[in-house]
Design a protein around this ligand. Structure first.
Ligand SMILES: Cc1cc2nc3c(=O)[nH]c(=O)nc-3n(C[C@H](O)[C@H](O)[C@H](O)COP(=O)(O)OP(=O)(O)OC[C@H]3O[C@@H](n4cnc5c(N)ncnc54)[C@H](O)[C@@H]3O)c2cc1C
Length: 355
């Protein structure tokens, strides 16, 4: 059974839709989350890593402190509400690939001290891959599938979830005083598309320019039982139970969920430099990250239809960014709190480049 009148319909139960649903419920709204239950989505295969220092230039992730503290607090709260464990705060190891990388890091270290451990990490397990050394940094990890599953169960128990596919071109009626999905006999005050890269299909958000990026990952098994933390060295390795997730590739040309030989080879060639023990590949998967042309998330109400909203563009940082952004969107919907210009969907509708 599902409700037939709610404050907000959310289309998509990935990280975006799930996190927004929790924020709206906490603010006292009624919601209906609709998802067609695709077996593989960006959220379902993501490693959920929250990494403060990234890339060859050791850049601090944008607004790290605010995003991370909001995320950690939010996931802890939802763990309590769902009585499930899906969030870890854990130190991560970053190994330098070259002497130049190490020198770049050393030049920046004074600006990174809050994020980097002052004690020298133990490289024993990766001696052969750590000739240039490395460092340990703080970090977090969301077990995304568990988070989605536990949330879905709670939404179902509140009659706030339905598994179904909605054709956004033909099955949604947008009226000035509300949204109607006739086939579900469902009406709401607001509608939010949280469809990941599939939001490109939503006709009213046509000016929003996506630049989706396919990502492939491997799950492996190895007898090396000393791998107890996330390691970064060209790729990342994230151990969980008896398996280790390895990722990830970026490809902007092929937007299918098909895995490729190239993707597998790219990952294994880097893995072979990092892991000296034998391993077995047990799973190879691919999904599409919803990335925007300007690399910023996109949220807010359509400029001409304030009851139709979007929450998207989480790119490769969905777990880190979703909790704070979902709160911003909730505040806009309920209290008309303005959104930062670089995140607001309105930026895609402006015709005057000065604005
Ligand atoms: C290989 C890979 C590794 C990643 N690793 C990380 C990581 O370590 N850390 C991190 O933070 N992020 C990571 N990401 C990125 C992260 O996964 C994304 O930012 C996030 O999943 C985006 O979530 P979303 O809810 O916007 O989209 P999605 O996960 O795509 O969810 C959209 C949902 O909408 C549903 N849907 C779409 N259209 C319809 C419709 N018409 N009717 C009904 N339902 C519909 C889909 O079934 C889906 O469930 C990774 C991504 C990939 C691909």
């Amino acid at each position: 059974m599902i409700r037939n009148r709610v404050d907000v319909i959310i289309l998509g139960q990935g990280i975006a839709g799930t996190t927004l649903a929790w924020r709206l419920l906490s603010a006292g709204c009624t919601v209906m989350v609709l998802d067609r239950g695709d077996r593989i989505t960006a959220s379902k295969i993501a490693a959920g890593l929250m990494t403060p220092i990234t890339g060859k230039r050791f850049a601090i992730s944008w607004d790290w402190e605010d995003f991370y503290s909001a995320a950690a607090q939010f996931y802890r709260e939802i763990e309590t509400k769902t009585e499930t464990q899906f969030f870890d705060e854990l130190p991560m190891l970053r190994l330098f690939q070259t002497a130049e990388e190490r020198q770049t890091f050393e030049g920046k270290l004074s600006r990174l001290t809050d994020l980097v451990s002052s004690t020298r990490p133990d490289f024993k397990t990766f001696q052969h891959a750590a000739a240039e050394g490395g460092f340990e940094m703080i970090g977090g990890r969301l077990h995304v599938e568990e988070y989605l599953k536990a949330s879905r169960k709670m939404f179902q128990s509140m009659e706030s979830y339905s598994e179904c596919s909605v054709d956004v071109q033909t099955e949604i009626e947008i009226q000035p005083n509300g949204i109607v999905i006739p086939k579900l006999n469902l009406t709401s005050k607001h509608f939010v598309t949280c469809q990941g890269f599939q939001s490109t299909m939503f006709p009213h958000f046509d000016p929003v320019k996506f630049n989706p990026a396919k990502g492939e990952i491997l799950d492996i098994k190895t007898h090396n039982s000393n791998i107890d933390r996330v390691i970064h060295r060209g790729i990342w390795m994230s151990p969980r139970g008896k398996q280790i997730r390895i990722g990830a590739t970026y490809d902007w040309s092929d937007l299918s969920n098909e895995v490729t030989e190239n993707g597998r080879n790219w990952l294994t060639s880097r893995l072979n430099n990092l892991l000296s023990s034998e391993y077995e590949i047990v799973q190879h998967q691919a999904a599409i990250r919803p990335t925007m042309k300007d690399f910023h998330p996109v949220l807010g109400a359509h400029p001409k239809m304030n009851n139709v909203l979007i929450f998207n563009g989480l790119g490769s940082k969905g777990s880190l960014m979703a909790p704070r952004l979902a709160q911003m969107l909730t505040n806009q919907m309920l209290h008309q709190t303005p959104l930062p210009r670089n995140l607001s969907v309105e930026r895609w509708f402006r015709t005057d480049p000065e604005n």
